[in-house]
Ligand binder design. Sequence first.
Ligand code: ZN
Length: 484
Amino acid sequence: MANKYEKVTELALRKGFYFSSAEIYPSATAGFYEYGPLGTALKRKFVKIWRQMIVKKDDMLELDGSTVLPGTVFEHSGHFKNFVDPVVECKKCKKIHRADKLIEEATKKHTPEALSLKEFDKLLKKYKVKCPCGGKLGKVNKFNMMFSFTVGPRKSEKVALRPETCQNIFLDFARIFKVSRAKLPIGIAQVGRAYRNEISPRQSLIRTREFSQAEVEVFFNPKKANKCPKFDEIKNYKLKLLRLGKKKVQKIKAVDAVKKKIVTSKLSAYYLALLQKFYEEVGLTDFRFREVSKDERAFYAKETWDFEIKTSVGWIECVACNYRTDHDLISHAKGSKQKLEVMDENEKVLPHVFELSMGIDRSLYCLLEHAFAEETVRGQKRVVLKLNQKLSPYFIAVFPLIKKDKLPAKAKKVIQLLGTCWDIFYDESGSIGKRYRRMDEIGTPFCITVDHQTLEDNTVTVRDRDTMKQKRIKLDKLCNFFLK
Ligand SMILES: [Zn+2]
């Protein structure tokens, strides 16, 4: 029996939601993925809702930056030095592993990535950790996860692919603030690709070497973090928080989380709420914000909440919510010798930053797994993706009952009638039952069937994906039906 992860991966491949890059070559590099037509549509719709519910809702500004950035940027951001994984080589099979992951597998406990090399060596010894092949392990080393290379014919200019999209936002902050005549607090958002040379990419979309992020960096005056103007909108909204040392998730009102100093400010609480509301909107419920301890936080963060979603392969971190302070602007101001302060009313400030750094691909995997269901209905088995209707790659499928008697022509007229506001799929091959099954598997909420009665009285049957119930609707009422 395949587990749920395997079933979702199999469905994704078979239907072309996503699959390995260059899969026709046996030498294809691990950790790179392609989205096929259905996956591309799903991703586009996911990002659209993110834009509506976070970027536009909060009047944020959006930019689209370059993925290649000069090496100096990463010297000053600290990535060349600190963006490292602890790695260890097996003396027997020569495989390289992540030391923290090996310890985690041996102890079944979370191991912080940020320990010193000596501490890792100690832990490996203490738990008698070996390579999965049984071989002895060498000493732990640091491995930098940046993809670095040179540009130009002399190969003298060192550059790197960005390991996170946010660096562009920090680099562009001063210009964007000026040209947009922005005022603090202001969110700047970006959707784009980032790259990390993961040692062991795995679990398809969950750990890849090239990935898409949807990031928000909110710049604010640190003296006014508790004057968040929109806080009142969400003050009674309950955040799902897993605090340090606690085993159970608590539902805490935003206002109480601020009062009890569980979060650092009203501003942090407001953005956590905005994010949680977004994931509720796309149809998820099994999630939590996990408070991240000091040892485990990224090197720049003062407060971190990892937004995690429960799946069959464990809790998956989908968004890192970091209070990055002024770390990035200070580093880049120093590195570039530019002044990055801005005016906030009559005060000159170097803003602090709170970020919501979302992994799109991981989120899509979680959505697919949560939507995936196997059911037996009236003795028949079916696989169905119960995706939120706004995310389904196709909203409607149109079928002529059979391929003759002018039914295909009539079905195409129905498509014309529906216009261009919905994504519509047309299918005339195979039995009607098989066509329904195919649409269930890719999450299409409605199927319209054109039959002989349609030719007589201009009615069609509309089948609902989740209830599998059908009803006859007049063609002139069809658009209104779907608008509802
Ligand atoms: Zn080995």
